[in-house]
Design a protein around this ligand. Structure first.
Ligand SMILES: [Zn+2]
Ligand SMILES: [Zn+2]
Length: 269
């Protein structure tokens, strides 16, 4: 399984000279079955999804997009994903079920006038929108397990994704301080890589609790608790400059703890 990091920020994009090396795009990972295949699974659709078009070129996207939750930083790239917004594309989007609404209607709540010029029907190609419960399903060649995690403002999922003996857990927005369920612990158990919320540092802990996010120390504790082979610190605060992230790398980085950067590629065995 090849995982390419296309956007590693939380909250809002962070453009500018101080954000070149780790990148400024919001949350998006592209997943392919191996190093030579085209990505056919996308985790979140923050502004980083624009770069997926280049990875697919000249082909259109044909695959599944798993959305952790519907906050702007995880969905804002949808209508700007040129590789998906073309007549020959197929995109099956999965969002957390909430309030008895259909997947289409949940997406239309943030993508329709006056918030945005088009509705979901305005996307070209064959798009579907599914409101999923936290139950296992198969998408493309992957075994997918969504699981509820504590965050703020609406339902949030983490996803366990497995294929060909490799296993990834993607948990971009998560407040472990609010409690981690047995189901979530089980889903993260023994993964090859845990990509986890690391928006705050220990001294910012009151804000992490207030915003429903994790501190880096909490992410490291959780990775140890579930026996993840590797932890990728993800969803960096938009104020975190390259210099600040270099310091985080120096303090927390190791063979087992990586700091996510745009363009980073992880090949899971
Ligand atoms: Zn977020
Ligand atoms: Zn969020």
């Amino acid at each position: 399984m090849r995982v390419t990091f296309l956007g590693v920020r939380g909250s809002t994009p962070a453009p500018g000279a101080d954000f070149i090396r780790y990148g400024g795009h919001t949350s998006c990972l592209a997943v392919a079955p191996d190093a030579t295949a085209r990505p056919d699974l996308c985790l979140d659709a923050g502004t980083g999804i624009r770069a997926l078009t280049g990875l697919l070129a000249p082909d259109a996207f044909a695959g599944t997009i798993l959305i952790s939750h519907l906050h702007w930083d995880h969905v804002q790239g949808i209508p700007f994903f040129a590789g998906g917004d073309r007549p020959d594309s197929r995109a099956d989007m999965v969002v957390p079920a909430e309030g008895g609404l259909s997947g289409r209607d949940l997406v239309a709540r943030f993508m329709s006038p006056p918030s945005f010029p088009i509705t979901p029907e305005g996307l070209q190609g064959a798009w579907s929108f599914t409101a999923a419960e936290p139950e296992p399903f198969r998408a493309e060649g992957y075994e997918v397990l969504p699981f509820d995690v504590a965050h703020k403002g609406g339902r949030s999922y983490g996803y366990r994704v497995a294929a060909g003996g490799a296993c990834l857990a993607y948990v971009p927005d998560h407040a472990p301080a609010a409690g981690v369920s047995e189901a979530a612990l089980e889903a993260m158990q023994g993964v090859d890589a845990l990509v986890h919320d690391a928006q705050f540092l220990d001294y910012e802990r009151p804000r992490a609790v207030d915003y429903g996010h994790a501190t880096i120390d909490e992410a490291i504790d959780l990775a140890e608790r579930v026996g993840a082979a590797r932890l990728v610190l993800f969803h960096h605060g938009p104020h975190r400059t390259d210099e600040a992230l270099d310091k985080i790398t120096a303090e927390f980085g190791s063979d087992h703890v990586l700091v996510a950067a745009e363009g980073m590629v992880l090949d899971l065995p």
